[in-house]
Design a protein around this ligand. Structure first.
Ligand SMILES: [Zn+2]
Ligand SMILES: [Zn+2]
Length: 381
């Protein structure tokens, strides 16, 4: 993704006296927290960033990026430099600054082709050249060949900004592991609504496909940083352990949600499919389509005191429930997904959060989106 016109935006922000964005906030309690889940840990991270190993982010050294992510409380991190800037010979991981004692580090590249961009993620450094060699293929089988090459090394393939900027033209009839539905600011320069609609169409077709966010941060010290920065947005994963393989497994499963920032509200959707009072089925999980009623719980961790949240439940691509809660950190509902077919439920939370850079909020570029969940699935096996 390329960002233009930021000088004008920065000038507008400066004129309005909007510099110095984030404000402090108080945390709500966690009484709405989901209980009875399998053992695991919530980890926040950013899955799409560029450092000075990309030629368009020369002022973004790893030695500054990683401490910035640590200072924002992230639990995992990856830098995804453009592989075409180094002809597939990735140098990011050889940088002595590429390590952290505080965060789980992943290894990634932005697979940057003339037909679209995708992030390739691994738990260890890997060989980008097998995928790089396929970047100029235009035949119908090219997409799956790229996916096969990534999976041969046990790597995670995730399409970036699928419809905007540099849209993905290899098609989606290929085995991708996740899709970026929230790139940088929600409204600008990418209209992420388009990506969300694309994702819904794939979910409706019966495809289990995890969504994620990515800041696509290229600069921390220029006008770009006035409107977003490291961790805007953040992807939260519920990992079985604070290890790279567990983070990638949770990401692929969709045991994850996306929010403005690591310090913003984190939303979760879970279900009690057996009516024992415990919400054991988490977003990303696939439960049997029995036709029986299911109790759902939407929980908002780090909810602000007396904040108003407009919560929308999307069922099979349509609005199923819309409700504004004030001063609450959870919302329950019950429904009976149809027997013998596939259904999904996912959640969007809108309102305002003090955690997004103020300039981006006031200029309207963030929209009013606070958080998205991945779906709870029924009958997708
Ligand atoms: Zn890109
Ligand atoms: Zn990028």
């Amino acid at each position: 993704m390329k960002f233009g016109n930021f000088a004008a935006i920065a000038a507008a922000g400066a004129a309005l006296g909007l510099l110095g964005a984030c404000s402090s906030s108080s945390s709500g309690d966690s009484s709405g927290g989901v209980s009875d889940l399998r053992a695991g840990t919530w980890l926040s991270g950013d899955l799409h960033l560029h450092s000075d190993h990309s030629t368009d982010a020369a002022d973004n050294p790893i030695a500054e990026l990683i401490p910035e992510a640590e200072s924002r409380g992230m639990g995992f991190f990856v830098i995804t430099d453009h592989d075409n800037h180094v002809d597939g010979h990735i140098t990011t991981w050889d940088d002595p600054a590429y390590h952290s004692d505080a965060m789980v580090m992943l290894y990634g590249v932005e697979y940057t082709t003339a037909r679209g961009h995708a992030n390739i993620l691994g738990s260890q450094p890997f060989d980008d050249l097998p995928m790089y060699a396929l970047r100029d293929r235009t035949d119908d089988a090219a997409g799956q060949a790229i996916a096969d090459a990534a999976h041969a090394q046990n790597l995670h393939l995730s399409v970036n900004h699928p419809l905007n900027g540099d849209p993905w033209e290899f098609g989606f009839d290929m085995d991708i592991d996740s899709i970026e539905i929230w790139n940088a600011m929600y409204r600008f320069p990418t209209n992420n609504d388009n990506a969300v609609a694309l994702w819904d169409s794939m979910l409706k077709s019966g495809r289990h496909l995890a969504a994620r966010g990515g800041s696509d941060c290229h600069h921390q010290h220029t006008y770009e940083a006035l409107v977003f920065n490291v961790g805007n947005p953040t992807t939260w994963v519920y990992a079985s352990a604070p290890k790279a393989g567990a983070v990638l497994a949770a990401l692929k499963a969709g045991n994850s949600s996306i929010s403005y920032a690591p310090t913003a509200e984190r939303v979760a959707l879970a279900a009690d499919t057996d009516h024992d009072g415990g919400y054991e089925t988490l977003m990303g999980d696939d439960a049997a389509a029995t036709g029986n009623p299911v109790d759902f719980r939407i929980s908002i961790d780090n909810a602000r005191t007396l904040a108003a949240y407009r919560i929308t439940v999307i069922k099979n691509g349509e609005t199923f429930l819309e409700k504004t809660v004030i001063g609450e950190d959870h919302l329950d509902f019950t429904d009976a997904p149809a027997a013998g077919t596939h259904s999904y439920y996912r959640v969007e939370v809108r309102g305002t959060t003090p955690e997004a850079p103020l300039t981006g909020q006031l200029l309207g570029f963030y929209g009013d989106v606070i958080a998205f969940t991945n779906p709870v699935y029924f009958g997708y096996d």
